[in-house]
Design a protein around this ligand. Structure first.
Ligand code: KG4
Ligand code: ZN
Length: 336
């Protein structure tokens, strides 16, 4: 099946063409307009999606060497995300599908992140445990079969990506801070400060990141400007060590408790270099297989939406012209 995927949930306008699990094109346009504000401005995001969506789809088809008429089905993110941004993609796909008389399906953005692990020849199949780590989510989900999700742990406050971004901001680093902290941490000393590991000692698969963020804030406030500058990389490395330790410990414990032998990581924070190396390394001791999406599919992109859409279309899921956008859509929540 040849699928056209569209993603407009936040500040990336993206279109992709996939043929089964092979990515023929994946065009992503990141909106630079938000940089000056240190975060995404919803109204500006919607307007940029409106301007970009048609040229991005055209480029994606051209790169794949396909025409709209060759497409077998369409997939579009319909939540969670910014309502105005989501509506641009949803309405565009509804119009296109109606004109082309092709089947289409709404895809949950987080489901898309999960399915980024099924792009290419990864060899991954359920049952699996998925660690979902993005700017808005920190969840552990058991996936016994395709498109079926059992939530076993979630954050009680901030998401891990949000913690990376907030810590970066208080350190004066540009948005989004995750990649910046990751980069600086490579040259820092992770043993500089022993920051607390959220719910580290508790027998739960839930996460907590607000205490860690506050601990970093309090520590930084005690330093003078010069020390702060000199110790920037050390603070990043120490924060990252604590943030990742919670993810690795809970994921490995969950895999053993639920007797799942395959672990997949999904979402923007799956790009984190320490998480990638530490989880793989520590999983080996328990003979667990660990899957990460390719780096280009970790952050928001339409290829992952197309791949999840393929799984849905294959199983007979179809959306109609009543498809709407849902800003708080939960993983596994089915809405036309
Ligand atoms: O999945 P995503 O692109 O958007 C959401 O759906 O939220 O994730 C974005 C998040 C941001 O918080 C960003 O700082 C974080 O992923 N991120 C990282 C890295 N790359 C992106 N966090 C830590 N290390 C990275 N290398
Ligand atoms: Zn995302």
């Amino acid at each position: 099946m040849l699928i056209l995927g569209i993603e407009t949930s936040c500040d990336e306008t993206s279109a992709a063409v996939i043929e089964e699990s092979a990515v023929l094109s994946n065009v992503i346009s990141s909106q630079a307009v938000h940089l000056q504000f240190g975060g995404v401005v919803p109204e500006l995001a919607s307007r940029a999606h409106l301007r970009k969506i048609i040229p991005i789809v055209e480029t994606s088809l051209a790169k794949a060497g396909k025409t709209l008429h060759q497409i077998d089905g369409l997939a579009v993110t319909h939540g969670p995300g910014l309502i105005g941004a989501l509506l641009v993609g949803v309405n565009y796909v509804k119009g296109l599908a109606a004109v082309l008389q092709k089947p289409f399906v709404g895809v949950n953005h987080i489901e898309g992140h999960v399915y980024s692990n099924f792009l290419g020849e990864s060899g991954l199949e359920p049952p699996l445990l998925c660690l979902i780590v993005s700017g808005g989510h920190t969840q552990l989900v058991v996936i016994a079969e395709h498109l079926k999700y059992r939530l076993i742990g979630t954050t009680r406050d901030d998401a891990v990506g949000e913690a990376f971004d907030k810590v970066a901001k208080l350190l004066g680093l540009p948005y989004p801070g995750g990649p910046q902290v990751d980069k600086l941490a490579k040259t820092g000393d992770p043993g500089y400060v022993n920051f607390p590991i959220g719910l580290g000692r508790e027998n739960t698969f839930d996460f907590s990141y607000s205490g860690l963020k506050t601990a970093v804030l309090n520590f930084v406030n005690r330093l003078d400007a010069e020390e702060r500058k000199a110790r920037l990389a050390d603070i990043c490395a120490s924060f990252q060590k604590a943030a990742v330790a919670a993810l690795v410990e809970k994921t490995l414990r969950a895999a053993r408790t639920y007797q799942v032998h395959r672990i997949a990581v999904a979402g923007g924070v799956a790009a984190n270099s320490l998480l990638r190396s530490a989880l793989k390394e520590q999983a080996e001791a328990y003979h667990l297989q660990v899957f990460f999406p390719e780096m280009q599919y970790c952050t928001d992109n339409a290829a992952m939406i197309a791949r999840a859409g393929l799984e849905r279309l294959r199983r007979g899921f179809r959306s109609g012209l009543s498809l709407n956008a849902y800003p708080s859509l939960q993983l596994g929540e089915e809405k036309g």
